[in-house]
Write a protein that binds this ligand. Sequence first.
Ligand code: HEC
Length: 179
Amino acid sequence: MSRNALTLVFPAAVALLVCSLVVLFLTATGLEPGPRWTTEPEQAEAGGCGVIDKPVVKPDSLQLNQLGITPSDLAAGDALFKSNCAQCHAVNDVVVGPALAGLDKRRPMPWIIKWVKNSSKVIASGDEYAVKIFNQYQKQQMPSFALSDEEIGQIITYVRSQQGTAGPAMYAPQAVAAN
Ligand code: HEC
């Protein structure tokens, strides 16, 4: 290679390397946000170093975005589900309680939160759906859970990722659009 070509290529290579390192650092420290639910219209901004942000997933019917839930909450939801709910619930099968698959199609998130925190209270309030499901499951009382709204949102994130055989379909924009 001639000397001239080297003086051109070398700085470009260094710039590329620095750029990749910066992106890597931002991603590792979490400063570069991953996909999120947002109420903002879809945007594809060019980030630093010409990196195009991943498409932003539109809000879904569960309003998980309002709880600040992101796909990275999946692991937390998995753990919470296994330690609190799995003894009575599976996502796709009836165990002691109903299969939780499709829950987001049946109930709005605020209802789910109220129910998990204190299902007896929802039943006592005369909520038609709650009374019906309580009777349907032989008036078996589900325990109350001292979980936060965020934690319940994480559990629902996990449930949605497991329903059917579709895997983490909740993160696919077309699946969200179908809601
Ligand atoms: C001891 C058993 C038990 C545990 C543990 C339990 N549930 Fe339940 N759950 C039930 C039963 C039984 C019902 C059916 C309604 C009733 O009988 O009150 C139910 C109903 C539900 C419903 C309504 C389902 C529908 O199809 O509309 C949701 C949502 C739910 N449970 C979520 C949870 C979550 C989330 C957890 C863990 C944090 C959990 N449950 C832990 C027994 C349990």
